[in-house]
Design a protein around this ligand. Structure first.
Ligand SMILES: Nc1nc2c(ncn2[C@@H]2O[C@H](COP(=O)(O)OP(=O)(O)O)[C@@H](O)[C@H]2O)c(=O)[nH]1
Ligand SMILES: [Mg+2]
Length: 249
């Protein structure tokens, strides 16, 4: 999604860059195109409006008028505002807590929880030099636990042995216990999803959270779902509280 959006924005801004003097109408035209590109990329309308208003204000102000290369100045303003909107600083996973640090992965079915769990575990193991234990709390989807175990073998991260018949909370407790005994630094808890948000899912996730007191609760959301991801994030944040979001695809 970001690739096609940046291609389009790049095209719009390239046209501006090649111009010499810029009139207010030139800037206005470019902003309309930027606005259309953002809306087609499913960016929320109020976000689009705020963004283009800010850029337009700065672009038709002194900064551009006094600039020798007005087109490039506008491009810089768009760039600066995009970074301001998306967040200037990366916020790494916080492991600053007594070991084993529990990290809870939540989200809808198919959003990429299990895959992201393994990816993050690999990163924490290889780059972070942490001892990581992964556990699947997905008791619903057949073979979900085997999926995590297979990924664990691929990335070289230990998974909690599968004990059939346990509930999600029981597995979570067992994972914490195993991590304490095994001197692990981090426990990644991969939960079950649902096709849509429902109360049973929220209740289960809330129960697991209460039982394990995770230091991070990461929502995994499919970036291709656009604004739906915002609604999902809001619902999870209201009910269980989130500390971060992982965008997949
Ligand atoms: N292209 C792409 N596919 C992904 C990504 N993350 C997960 N998938 C795929 O999406 C499908 C569902 O992922 P999974 O991790 O099982 O989702 P879960 O149901 O939330 O645990 C699998 O086929 C994954 O290989 C991603 O970042 N990009
Ligand atoms: Mg899964």
């Amino acid at each position: 999604m970001f690739d096609s959006l940046s291609d389009r924005l790049g095209g719009i801004l390239d046209k501006l860059k090649r111009r010499g003097a810029l009139s207010e109408a030139d800037v206005g035209e470019a902003m309309r195109e930027v606005r259309r590109a953002l809306i087609e990329a499913d960016v929320a309308l109020d976000v689009v409006r705020e963004f283009t208003d800010k850029v337009r204000q700065r672009a038709i102000g002194v900064e551009v008028v006094k600039s020798v290369t007005p087109g490039q100045m506008v491009v810089k303003i768009v760039h600066d505002e995009l970074i301001a909107m998306l967040g200037a600083d990366a916020d790494p996973i916080d492991l600053n807590a007594p070991a084993p640090v529990p990290i809870l992965m939540v989200g809808l079915q198919g959003s990429g929880k299990t895959t992201s769990t393994a990816k993050i575990a690999k990163r924490l193991t290889e780059k972070g030099k942490r001892r990581v234990l992964m556990a699947s709390l997905d008791t619903r989807r057949p073979a979900a636990m085997e999926q995590l175990a297979t990924l664990g073998t691929q990335v070289g991260v230990t998974t909690l042995p599968i004990v059939p018949g346990q509930s999600a909370v029981q597995i979570a407790r067992r994972a914490m216990e195993a991590a304490r005994f095994g001197n692990y630094d981090v426990v990644m808890l991969d939960t079950a999803g649902r096709v849509t948000l429902d109360e049973a899912l929220m209740a289960e996730v809330a129960e697991v959270k209460a039982a394990t007191a995770p230091h991070e609760v990461l929502l995994v959301a499919d970036s291709l779902t656009g604004q739906d991801a915002v609604n999902t994030a809001r619902a999870f944040d209201d009910r269980v509280g989130l500390t971060g979001i992982v965008l997949t695809r």
